[in-house]
Design a binder for this molecule. Structure first.
Ligand SMILES: [Zn+2]
Length: 119
């Protein structure tokens, strides 16, 4: 399985058996995604060490900026007013917040996954 397919699939980086997140979260209800502690199939720990996902914030930042730029460029291409572009950027960032949270953590987890990890 490639890095991209592992991240998009959202399953355990070691065995691909269990989903890393047990709840996807909902930005409308202010519910954040919830991670499983360990893989139920191979017992791989998704909480590697305290502060492990701190670096995932940079992934989240990169995703958010890319989405903001994409919406901004689309707004310019369709010749929409700046206030409408601003509101669209804010709306897209809010709606994709839980998606970005999950993707950034999955990207970070898979980035530092090593086959020999015993945890
Ligand atoms: Zn597993």
């Amino acid at each position: 399985m490639s890095y991209v397919s592992k991240v998009l699939d959202g399953t355990c980086p070691k065995c691909g058996g269990t989903k890393v997140f047990k709840a996807k979260g909902n930005p409308f209800l202010f519910k954040m995604p919830v991670m499983n502690e360990r893989c139920s199939k191979c017992n791989y720990s998704f909480h590697r060490e305290p502060g492990f996902y701190f670096g995932g914030m940079y992934m989240s930042y990169a995703l958010t900026v890319a989405e903001m730029v994409a919406v901004f460029v689309l707004g310019l291409l369709f010749n929409v007013g700046f206030l409408s572009i601003f509101l669209a950027v804010v709306l897209v960032v809010l709606l994709l917040s839980t998606f970005n949270y999950r993707m950034s953590r999955l990207m970070w987890l898979n980035l530092f996954f090593k086959e020999e990890d015993e945890l």
